[in-house]
Design a protein around this ligand. Structure first.
Ligand code: SAH
Ligand code: SF4
Length: 360
């Protein structure tokens, strides 16, 4: 059987190399070749002993998802459509900015949580991505961007904000996170790796113990009544329970605040009264708020809030002392903006189309 080395975090690779009867330093050497140098061919790992390379050729491979399409949008955003085993396709997006370059990656093919304003949710759920499929997105992007000349092509930040709910694919996500942080792999700082969750409370607690990185929580509504409709997982983990988990997370978090994401839906959650309710709700949690203008997709019943409502909403939060930013929507011309990542998912849940925005 051929083992895909992209499935291993540092400890896993060390065990694999140990089982082959090789010295531990070989694992670190190999890990640097694979992840730091983005090398996929054992034959080109020039400082590995020839016999070792031959052994690897006989039993191992470095296999990332296949790139089906990739392309750049007018604003410099770059998107990859990747094939994963089983016929689904997933997407990852690179967003260059002057001070940083952020890669947004997916953790599941589809998503079972069915948030009513999310294109991924509408597609239903197919399956969890493997470690190789999650870290493979960074591996591919690093190789391709690294090969393109010019500044601003370096991945300094990773956000788990693509398709899927990362905390429902916990073990594979954590192994991929460990590789992102590992100095023998991508060496990113914990503060520059952000996991976004819809609010899976046991997952937040488990992440705090296993691998605390920066945390973003998709709030989207200031009351349980509204959040139950927008983010149905709220029925299981309501706001009070979720905010308690955020406070516990802050004990170990690399940043001293939680980022709350809040999608701006016209007439649904964007009034002055909602802003006041939100302020009262988050008062007990050190936080920043990131407003995300809704990105429409075919078949949605929602509209994006007007520029005036977004700016009024953000001003009232800022005036009350909560640092609030408005996410720039980028990559819209290639459907790469938040919530537009669709890929192509075989819906094993057959739930697509169950929720329509107009129900809210
Ligand atoms: N499942 C995780 C992470 C992926 S979604 C989560 O829900 O947090 C990443 C972010 O994009 C979330 O805040 C999500 O609510 C937001 N999002 C989903 N659909 C969107 C849309 N159509 N427009 C704008 N943001 C959207
Ligand atoms: Fe899943 Fe996040 Fe989309 Fe909700 S917003 S359906 S949790 S990907």
């Amino acid at each position: 059987m051929t083992t895909n080395l992209l499935e291993f975090d540092g400890d896993g690779l060390a065990r694999f190399i140990n089982d082959l009867g090789e010295k531990p330093f070989r694992a670190r050497q190999l890990q640097r070749w694979i992840h730091r140098n983005g090398e996929g061919d054992f034959a080109r790992m020039s400082d590995l002993a020839k016999e070792f390379r031959d052994r690897l050729l006989g039993c191992a491979e470095i296999r990332a998802p296949r790139v089906l399409r990739s392309g750049e949008s007018a604003d410099g955003t770059y998107k990859w459509l990747l094939e994963v085993d089983g016929g689904s396709a997933i997407e990852s997006v690179f967003i260059p900015e002057s001070e940083r370059g952020t890669l947004c990656i997916s953790t599941q093919a589809g998503c079972a949580l069915d948030c009513s304003f999310c294109s991924t949710g509408k597609q239903g759920f197919n399956r969890n991505l493997s470690v190789a499929e999650i870290i493979g997105q960074l591996w591919i992007a690093n190789r391709e961007l690294g090969a393109q000349a010019g500044a601003g092509r370096v991945i300094s930040n990773v956000v788990l904000m693509g398709m899927g709910e990362p905390l429902l694919n916990f073990d594979n996500t954590v192994a991929a996170l460990r590789l992102m942080l590992d100095d023998n792999a991508y060496g990113l700082s914990r503060r520059r790796v952000t996991l976004s969750t819809s609010g899976i409370v046991p997952g937040i607690d488990a992440l705090r113990d296993a691998c605390p990185v920066a945390l973003a929580v998709s709030l989207h509504a200031p009351s349980d009544a509204l959040r139950d409709k927008l983010v149905p997982i709220n029925r299981k983990y309501p706001l009070r329970v979720l905010l308690d988990a955020c406070l516990r997370y802050l004990d170990r978090a690399p940043r001293d605040f939680i980022t709350f994401e809040y999608v701006m839906l016209d007439g649904v959650n964007d009034t002055a009264a909602h802003a006041q309710e939100l302020l009262a709700l988050v008062e007990r949690v050190p936080c920043k708020i990131n407003l995300i203008p809704f990105n429409p997709f075919p078949g949605t019943g929602y509209r994006r809030s007007s520029r005036e409502s977004i700016s009024a909403f953000s001003q009232s939060l800022n005036a009350a002392g909560i640092v609030t930013t408005v996410r720039k929507t980028r990559g819209e011309d290639i459907d790469a903006a938040c919530g537009q990542l669709a890929g192509q998912v075989i819906d094993r849940t057959r739930r697509a189309g169950k929720f329509v925005g107009a129900e809210i």
